[in-house]
Design a protein around this ligand. Sequence first.
Ligand code: IPM
Ligand code: MG
Length: 353
Amino acid sequence: MQAQITLLPGDGIGPEVVGAGVDALMAIAQRFGHTFDIDEALIGGAAIDASGEALPEATLAKCRAADAILLGAVGGPKWSDPSAKVRPEQGLLALRKALGLYANLRPVQLHPVLADLAPVKADRLAGVDLLVVRELTGGIYFGEKRREGDTAFDGCSYSVAEVERVVRLAARLAAARKGRLTQVDKANVLETSRLWRQVTSRVIESEFPAIALEHQLVDSMAMHLIAKPAAYDVIVTENLFGDILTDEAAELAGSLGLLPSASLGDAGPGLYEPIHGSAPDIAGQDKANPVGTILSVALLLRWSLKLDAEATALEQAVARAIEKGARTADIAGSGPALGTRAMTAAILAELGD
Ligand code: IPM
Ligand code: MG
C-alpha cells in the first residue's frame, strides 16, 4: 500500500524518538512492500520559536492531508514561564481538538523479563493486560480558564454526546478483548462524573448487554491499579483522570518510555505518540527509549493503515529484542545500556528480512 504520514517531532527527545519511528516505518515498508511518504512539520516549542504559534496553520494542513500522524513530545523549560501567552502544550491540545481525536487508547502490556523494574511486587503483575481509553477533547482541559483578582478558574463540562461516543468505542474494544469495562469517575463529588456514570450505564445496558460494566471512583482506582492491576481489562474515563492514571499505569510496565498511544476520532487521520514527555534533561544525547514510539508506529499500522500483520511483526520484534537483553538506560538497572539508535537497530534486526 501507499500511505502519507506526517511527522511532528516536537521538542526535547521528540526528534530522536521520531527518528526511531521513521526507521521502524521504513523497515516495515521494505519488509512488506509498502510505500510510506513522509512529511514533517513543526509543533510545540519548536513551532513557537519559528513562528510564535504552537500549532501553525501549515502544520494543521499537513496533518489533515495525512493518513496518520506520528508525534514525539512537546514542551520544555525554555517555554514554561507561567506568564507565557503561548505554551507548547497548547499546540498538542489544539491538534487533538481540531482533528476530533476524542479517544486516546493507551495499552499497558508487560514484558515478563522487566517485571523486576516495576515498583510493584512481581506476583501482582502476572496477567496484567490493560487498555485505558481516555476521553481526549473535553473536560477540564478545554473548559473556560480565567483569573478574577486573586482567584483562578478552570471549567469542566461534558455533554451526553461526548460521553456516549467514547464509551461506545471503549465498549467495542472491550467486546473484542475480555468483555470487561471499568468506568472511572468521581461521582460522589462531581456533577460531570454523575453524568458519565448515567450515560455509561445506559449505553452499556442498551447496546452492549454482554459487557460486564463496573464503576470505580478515581481515588480508589488509583489504589487498585497498583494493588490488583490484573483485575482490569478496559478502563474508560474522562480526560484529566485518564492523564493521571496512565502515568501511574506506566509504572507497572517498568518505564514511561515503553508505552505507546493512539488518538482516534470517527474520521480522518489518527495521531500516534509515546505517552512520555520531552525529557529535556536527556535531549540530544542518544539516551531516550525508542520503544514507546516504535510501539506507537505499530498502533499506527494497525489502526490507521489496517496493516495488522505488520503491526504484530513490529510488536513481536520489540518483545524479542527485550527478551534478548536489549535495554536503554531507563530499563537497564545497573546493567549495560544501549543508546536510542542502537536500541532501535536491535529491535529492527528482529524483524528479519
Ligand atoms: C499526555 C501529556 C499531555 C496531556 C500534555 C503534554 C499536555 O501529559 O499526553 O498525557 O496532558 O494530555
Ligand atoms: Mg500525560
